[in-house]
Design a protein around this ligand. Structure first.
Ligand SMILES: Cc1cc2nc3c(=O)[nH]c(=O)nc-3n(C[C@H](O)[C@H](O)[C@H](O)COP(=O)(O)OP(=O)(O)OC[C@H]3O[C@@H](n4cnc5c(N)ncnc54)[C@H](O)[C@@H]3O)c2cc1C
Ligand code: FES
Length: 266
């Protein structure tokens, strides 16, 4: 297993009450990554966690980390000039070649959005290759909607549909879980379209049911799974779901594969 590469924190910004957004510059260039792939991010001497790439295409890259436990809470305190460790890229990511030419529905909630920000950066560079793109994003409260300052820019080339879990003072937008906003998605040929889900596990069943009801096929409803990981390279078995390892076989699986090969996944 390759040791982590040291990376300097070039920028550290708290973008919600419990999420920090870091721009990292590794001392050695890491391999090119695809949207949807992840890296193992270590707080030196504390521990290592999997996180998705939140940007695309530069030597420097972004990650967004929600403070939920030991390692992520330590990283939440990172400052410009600190050093972290990075290993990767790992996993299959989104198959952008197979998505080309299609309308795409991205469904996310909470801190599931970073890999979609990477895809959105890719989309901006390759916009003509894709049909309509919808981002459906649910958060607990307005303050928890990550990257909201970037939405006006994203809306220049895609649709951004947000919702929050409960009514909040000053919020005039939609209230309800992410899947409820699928009712506002207008695509001409759902049987040709694709959807990607990345977010809290409770979002997956209702979102998949709604997408199937819209006419999307199970093989093009793609689910990105967040599992506890240790090695990231298919050795330790920490991430196993049935016979599959999300670190190497995933983290992105089609719903068809989940039905046929991973009955314990949802
Ligand atoms: C492929 C992949 C991409 C991810 N991308 C991001 C990202 O971009 N940003 C981000 O903030 N988080 C992401 N995660 C989740 C992140 O890895 C966990 O939040 C982190 O490992 C928690 O570690 P900890 O030491 O801070 O918490 P711990 O003290 O280990 O655990 C605290 C809580 O988090 C849960 N947890 C622990 N590990 C995971 C895990 N791997 N996935 C989900 N829940 C976990 C535990 O069950 C517990 O409830 C991703 C996970 C995977 C597998
Ligand atoms: S994290 Fe070790 S096998 Fe997947």
């Amino acid at each position: 297993m390759l040791p982590p590469i040291r990376a300097r924190v070039e920028d550290a910004r708290r973008i919600s009450p419990d999420v920090i957004h870091l721009t990292l510059s590794p001392e050695r260039r890491i391999s090119d990554w695809k949207p949807g792939q992840f890296l193992m991010l270590s707080a030196l001497g504390v521990g290592e966690i999997p996180v998705g790439f939140a940007s695309y295409g530069k030597k420097e890259f972004d990650v967004s980390v929600r403070s939920v436990g030991g390692v992520s809470t330590f990283l939440f305190g990172a400052k410009r000039g600190d050093h972290v460790g990075v290993r990767g890229p790992f996993g299959n990511g989104f198959d952008v070649g197979a998505l080309a030419g299609r309308d795409i529905v991205l469904v996310t909630g909470g801190c599931g959005i970073p890999p979609f920000r990477s895809f959105i950066h890719y989309l901006r560079l390759h916009r003509k290759e894709f049909g309509k793109v919808f981002l459906i994003y649910g958060a607990r409260s307005p303050a928890d909607l990550l990257f909201q300052a970037e939405f006006p820019d994203w809306e220049q080339f895609m649709h951004v549909l947000t919702t929050i879990d409960k009514p909040a003072e000053g919020w005039t937008g939609c209230v309800g879980f992410a899947h409820t906003r699928l009712a506002d998605v207008r695509i001409d040929k759902p049987a040709e379209a694709a959807a990607i889900l990345c977010g809290p596990p409770m979002m997956y069943k209702p979102a998949v049911a709604a997408l199937l009801a819209m006419g999307l096929p199970a093989e093009r409803i793609l689910l990105s799974f967040e599992r506890r990981m240790r090695c990231g390279v298919g050795v330790c078995q920490h991430c196993a779901i049935d016979e599959k390892y999300p670190c190497t076989d995933g983290p992105v699986f089609s719903y068809k594969a989940v039905l046929e090969e991973m009955p314990d996944a949802l």
